[in-house]
Every structure is written in structure tokens, then in C-alpha cells.
Design a protein around this ligand. Structure first.
Ligand code: HPA
Length: 266
């Protein structure tokens, strides 16, 4: 798609939203697989079903309902996005990052990217939160960024998120997120390879989005919920149910944790 056409689509989507809500969120949070609960708990001003927004790409993966929730966490106006598109759905970079272009046009300045990830580092257990410190591109996909992925993420926001975790008495270790295109989980040999490369987490989202969102000028924070130990790390076979079950079990602490992080980075 040519650039001009894409920009027009983003503008149409943005105009549509501006007609429905006057809210100008400072922070947007993209909710990963199974983490939609956070969006249900915030003080809500307006919910927009993404299927009604012109040109908004619809995710095809179960567990990803598509809604934009405008509301508040404490005094902070936020936008929570349920449902993201993945590379493995056959989507191109513009499609996967449409929301980032849209949020920029709505005036959002800070972006929290959350995801469910497999723990490659054996110290990371299901239910742990990990602050994404850097990325590895295991996706064999050329992303438009040839410098240092670590710089995609805001050093200032990382420090503030760590301070919020400390204040709650919660652990928030840093980790390197290794992006795989999916949709299948990694094999045990791939997980060993990722570990040997220095990866701590494996997941199928977030890196392409962070690359584009950084180009768009957002301050970005990335937080993974470890939903399972990656293939071969534990003796138990890995299933999509385990990913959902962990996200489900952790939803209350996850909500409180993210609330505190949002208050800390505002
Ligand atoms: N690998 C990749 N992506 C994931 C995993 C995993 O083990 N768990 C949740 N998302």
C-alpha cells in the first residue's frame, strides 16, 4: 500500500474515534493474549469495538477480542487495546502496527506493550512479570531498524516500572525478549538456541510493533507475563491451554501491578 493511502486510512480511523470520544489518553496499553481483563477493570469512559473503526485490522486469533477502551487509571487518562494482529496471521508491518499510527494520531505519547511469553531463562516461572530490556529478532524478518533494539525501549520508563514493582514488593527482573514469528511454539532445540544467544523470553509479538512505534516517537515500555516455561525447559508438554490458564490465574495481581506501573510512568 502506498504511504499516502495508508495515512489517509489512519486519519479516517482517527477522525471516527475523535467523533466518539473527546478523551485524549496520555498512555496506551496493548494487552497481550489472555490479558484482556485489565481493560475490563479500569474506570471506563467509552468502549469502541474495533470492527466498527474504519480500516482497523481485525485479529483472527482466539483470546484476542478487539476493543479500544478509553478510561482512567487513578487520574491518568488511558487507552487500553484488546486484540492485536500478529505476523503469523499473514499480516504485513503496516497492518500489525496500524494501531500505533492511530494512537499517535490521537495524541498518545507513551505506549506499554504487554504480551504472554514463554520463559527461556530457567529462573522465570509461570506467573512472573519480566521487564523487557532488549530484543532478539529470531523471526528472520527484516525490520526497518538496523541499530540497537535496546534503544527502542525507554530507559526512563524501565526505571520507573522497576520502582513501582519495588514499592509493591513485587519482583520485576529484566529479560531479553526473543521474537519468533510463530504461530507454533518453538522446539526444545530452538529454545536451547535462543538461550545460547542470550534470550530470556520467547514470544510472537511486540518487536515489530516496538520498531514502528519507536519510529513514530512513542516512549515505550515492554512487559511480559511468563505464561509457561518454554518448550523443553520443563518436563511438562506445552499447550495453549497452559498459556490461557496462567493468564487467568494471575489476572488480579496483573491488574494491580499494571495499575501501579501506569501511575509510576505518568
Ligand atoms: N513461545 C512463544 N510464544 C509464547 C509462548 C512460548 O512458549 N508462550 C506464550 N507465548
Amino acid at each position: 500500500m502506498n504511504n499516502q493511502k495508508f495515512k489517509e486510512k489512519v486519519k479516517e480511523a482517527s477522525d471516527f474515534i475523535k467523533h466518539q470520544t473527546g478523551s485524549v489518553p496520555e498512555i496506551a496499553i496493548v494487552l497481550g493474549s489472555g490479558l484482556a481483563y485489565f481493560g475490563d477493570k479500569i474506570e471506563t469512559e467509552k468502549i469502541i469495538d474495533i470492527s466498527t473503526i474504519p480500516h482497523y485490522p481485525l485479529p483472527t486469533v482466539s483470546g484476542h477480542q478487539g476493543k479500544l477502551i478509553f478510561g482512567k487509571v487513578g487520574k491518568t487518562p488511558i487507552l487500553a487495546a484488546k486484540g492485536r494482529s500478529h505476523y503469523y496471521e499473514g499480516k504485513d508491518l503496516n497492518t500489525i502496527t496500524f494501531y500505533a499510527h492511530l494512537f499517535q494520531s490521537l495524541g498518545v505519547k507513551k505506549l506499554i506493550l504487554t504480551n504472554a511469553a514463554g520463559g527461556v531463562n530457567p529462573d522465570f516461572l509461570p506467573g512472573d512479570f519480566v521487564l523487557i530490556d532488549d530484543f532478539i529478532n529470531f523471526g528472520q524478518v527484516d525490520l526497518p531498524w538496523e541499530k540497537d533494539y535496546r534503544k527502542l525501549l525507554s530507559a526512563k520508563l524501565k526505571t520507573r516500572a522497576e520502582a513501582a514493582a519495588r514499592a509493591m514488593g513485587t519482583q520485576l527482573p529484566r529479560g531479553i525478549y526473543c521474537w519468533t514469528t510463530g504461530p507454533s511454539f518453538e522446539t526444545p532445540a530452538e529454545v536451547r538456541a535462543i538461550r545460547a544467544l542470550g534470550g530470556d523470553l520467547a514470544g510472537m509479538s511486540t518487536l515489530p510493533e516496538a520498531v514502528v512505534a519507536h519510529e513514530l516517537g512513542f516512549e515505550i515500555l515492554g512487559i511480559s507475563l511468563v505464561t509457561n516455561q518454554a518448550a523443553g525447559i520443563s518436563q511438562n508438554p506445552l499447550t495453549h491451554e497452559e498459556v490461557k490458564e496462567t493468564a487467568d490465574k494471575i489476572k488480579e495481581p496483573y491488574y494491580h501491578f499494571m495499575k501501579n506501573v501506569i501511575n509510576a510512568i505518568n
